[in-house]
Design a protein around this ligand. Structure first.
Ligand code: SAM
Length: 204
C-alpha cells in the first residue's frame, strides 16, 4: 500500500510514510472488509460512513507539516485510522465524532493498536472543541460548504488547517495557515468526502 499507492504517487514526507507503515489499516475496518484493507479505496465502517482512502489520509497528513510537540484536532473520527496516523507524528490528538457508535468503534481500534495519545469526543465537530484548544493543526475529514468559523478561531499562531470544501458531492482540499490575524488559504487536490453534518456544516 505504502510503496504503490503513496510513494509512487508523490508522498515524500518520510515521517508520514513511516507512520502509515506502522499503523495496520486492517485493524480499523469491520472484519468482513479486512481482506480489502490495503486497497486504495474508502471502505464502509457503519452508520453510512467510511474510512478514507489511504492516499487521501497521506495527502492531508503531509499537508499539516506536523512537529513532534504539536497538539492536533481532528473532526470526523470514523474508524480512528486517521487519528492513529496523527498520533505517531504529534504529541496529542483530540478527535470529535458525531456518532457515538463510531466513537466506540474507534476507541476499540485505537486500543487494539496500542495508541494512547488520542482523546475521543462525541459531538458536533463543526463547532470544534474549544475546551482543549488552540491547536497547532486541525484536520476535517468530512466535506463542508465552507471552513467552519469555529475551527479557524481555534487555530494557534502558525497553525495549519486542512478541510475539504465544496458541494455535498464534490470538494477540494482547502489548506489554511494562521499568521497573526491573517489566514492564508490555498486550494489543493479535488476530493470526495461524506458531508460534515452540523451547525457550521450541512443540514442532516
Ligand atoms: N477520519 C476517519 C477515519 O480515519 O476513519 C474517516 C472519516 S469519515 C470520511 C467522516 C466522518 O465524519 C464520519 O465518521 C462522520 O460521522 C463524521 N462527521 C460528519 N459530520 C460531523 C460533525 N459535525 N462532527 C463530528 N463528526 C462528523
Amino acid at each position: 500500500m505504502v510503496d504503490e499507492q503513496l510513494v509512487a504517487r508523490g508522498i515524500t514526507d518520510t515521517r508520514v510514510i513511516r507512520a502509515m507503515r506502522t499503523i495496520p489499516r486492517h485493524l480499523f475496518v469491520p472484519e468482513k472488509y479486512q481482506g480489502h484493507a490495503y486497497r486504495d479505496r474508502p471502505l464502509p465502517i457503519g452508520c453510512e460512513q467510511t474510512i478514507s482512502q489511504p492516499y487521501m489520509v497521506a495527502v492531508m497528513t503531509q499537508s499539516l507539516a506536523l512537529n513532534p510537540g504539536d497538539h492536533v484536532l481532528e473532526i470526523g473520527t470514523g474508524s480512528g485510522y486517521q487519528s492513529a496516523v496523527l498520533s505517531q507524528l504529534a504529541d496529542r490528538v483530540v478527535s470529535v465524532e458525531r456518532h457515538s457508535v463510531l466513537t466506540n468503534f474507534a476507541r476499540k481500534n485505537l486500543d487494539a493498536t496500542g495508541v494512547t495519545n488520542v482523546e475521543l469526543i462525541t459531538g458536533d465537530g463543526s463547532r470544534g472543541f474549544p475546551d482543549a484548544g488552540p491547536y497547532d493543526a486541525i484536520i476535517v475529514t468530512a466535506g463542508a460548504p465552507n471552513v467552519p468559523r469555529a475551527l479557524k478561531a481555534q487555530l494557534a499562531e502558525g497553525g495549519r488547517l486542512v478541510c475539504p470544501t465544496g458541494s455535498r458531492d464534490q470538494q477540494a482540499l482547502q489548506l489554511i495557515e494562521r499568521h497573526g490575524e491573517k489566514l492564508h488559504t490555498k486550494n489543493a487536490v479535488p476530493c470526495v468526502f461524506v458531508p460534515l453534518i452540523g451547525v457550521q456544516g450541512w443540514e442532516n
